[in-house]
Design a protein around this ligand. Structure first.
Ligand SMILES: C[S@@+](CC[C@H](N)C(=O)[O-])C[C@H]1O[C@@H](n2cnc3c(N)ncnc32)[C@H](O)[C@@H]1O
Length: 429
């Protein structure tokens, strides 16, 4: 397929997402099934246009003065792929699969509507109701932070130190442009690529099958690292999900001591079994019933609550969730977070540590939660995570945002990672 056919395909998928309120991945998959002649390069390019369009949906619509999938698709090629109207005209000439040309009205709007005239939430490409939260989180810098959440994300990997060292994995992946991450100690980064570039399918590599690395965003690696689990300790990962942070902590403990992995939703936990096996991890107990945890009350050295959240810090990877998020979803997550914290905190021994993590940048899910938790639980106090940061990454490393000098906020704009919030609390001994 030429670019015109790919743009038409992307416009169809964007239409499907909008009219049938479909998740992006499902809409893309269905399009692929209905167009079996399209190759994997075509499907990747269509996926890129669709995701790029969703990341900057509001600003594209403003600049084109039209929020139709047709206008969004063209805006991607003009703004994000850097193609001029003339280059597109020449490219689509004689391509019977290309969409109709842009109208004179679109072209006039695109050349005459500076984005600086748009409302601020349009400039930052966020739902309007989220603006006060981002202002509260980042002050004057909030638009820059929001803009960074509209960029294409890199593909990050964590070397499994139980089986390999970083140089060995870098050699195994050298064709993919992989390089060591700037901050995460065992991280590897594959660049996002531009235009129709496809990310490599690293899980098909032999080195992955052998358990040398896991796919994990650099920010996620860092927050697991900041828990600083030590060999021989008892650690509870209370919201373990598929086990991304469980695996990182188990490796950091060098297979010594015990990580208890629990999740209220056993379906989310299920993939962990296969992952643990591949990684060669021997110090993890998986619990899918809360009754199994009874005996651990008051006995854990460290408890991690990687809480359910709105995922605003991962908007680069899942831009459709940005437009589906509602104030009601946020309210629900806040209640789930309070519930998880109340339950998980019972497992921390006297003098032990509780870590609260979200992949959101909204203060309602982060700072406000910590204020409410410590007010209701005077046995816990927030301690600074900055010494651990400096110890792990050194004085020259990039620094995350710390509004209170204790908690940390990672963002694409500051740490070049997904957005994460990290808070270390200690139970008084
Ligand atoms: C952010 S995800 C965890 C991601 C995982 N830690 C990782 O690194 O891949 C949050 C998880 O919390 C779980 N969860 C929500 N409420 C919970 C609760 N009250 N107790 C335990 N788990 C809970 C959800 O099922 C979900 O899997």
């Amino acid at each position: 397929m030429r670019l015109g056919g790919r743009l038409s395909g992307a416009i169809e998928v964007l239409n499907d997402i909008e009219t049938r309120k479909r998740p992006v991945a499902d809409a893309l998959k269905d399009w692929g099934l209905a167009h079996r002649f399209a190759g994997s390069g075509d499907r990747a390019a269509i996926g890129n246009i669709v995701y790029d369009a969703l990341r900057k949906r509001l600003s594209h619509a403003w600049l084109m003065d039209d929020d139709s999938p047709f206008a969004l698709g063209y805006a991607v090629l003009l703004r994000q792929w850097g193609l001029s109207p003339e280059a597109l005209g020449a490219e689509f000439e004689g391509d019977r699969f290309a969409p109709a040309p842009l109208s004179a009205e679109h072209l006039a709007a695109f050349s005459r509507r500076p984005l600086s005239d748009a409302p601020l939430h349009v400039q930052g490409d966020i739902p309007e109701w989220v603006e006060p939260s981002l202002v509260s989180a980042f002050g004057d810098r909030w638009i820059a932070e929001a803009e960074a959440l509209t960029e294409r994300p890199t593909l990050d990997l964590r070397v499994n130190t139980l089986k390999a060292e970083r140089p060995k994995v870098l050699r195994a992946l050298e064709r993919s442009g992989a390089a060591a991450c700037k901050t995460a100690r065992f991280g590897i980064r594959i660049p996002a690529g531009e235009q129709s570039a496809r990310l490599p399918n690293v899980t098909a590599e032999i080195s992955f099958q052998k358990g040398w690395f896991e796919v994990q965003d650099e920010g996620s690696q860092i927050v697991a690292d900041l828990v600083t689990p030590q060999e021989g300790e008892q650690v509870l990962d209370y919201c373990a999900g598929g086990g991304g942070k469980t695996l990182a902590m188990a490796a950091a403990m060098n297979n010594k001591g015990q990580v208890h992995a629990y999740d209220a939703d056993s379906r989310r936990l299920a993939p962990i079994i296969e992952r643990l096996k591949r990684a060669g991890t021997r110090n993890v107990q998986v619990h899918d019933r809360d009754a199994e945890l009874e005996k651990l009350h008051g006995r854990m050295d460290r408890v991690l609550v990687d809480a359910p959240c709105t995922g605003t810090g991962t908007w680069r990877r899942r831009p459709d969730t940005k437009w589906r998020l509602t104030p009601r979803n946020l309210e629900e997550r806040i209640i789930q977070q309070q519930d998880a914290l109340a339950q998980a905190s019972r497992f921390v021994r006297d003098g032990g540590s509780l870590y609260y993590v979200t992949c959101s940048v909204l203060p309602e899910e982060n700072d406000r939660q910590m204020e409410a938790f410590t007010a209701a639980n005077p046995a816990f106090e927030v301690v600074s995570a900055l010494p651990a940061w400096d110890h792990l990454y050194g004085a020259d490393a990039v620094r995350p945002i710390s509004r209170d000098g204790k908690t940390l906020t990672l963002t694409p704009a500051t740490t070049d990672t997904d957005g994460f919030f990290f808070c270390h609390l200690k139970r008084r001994g």
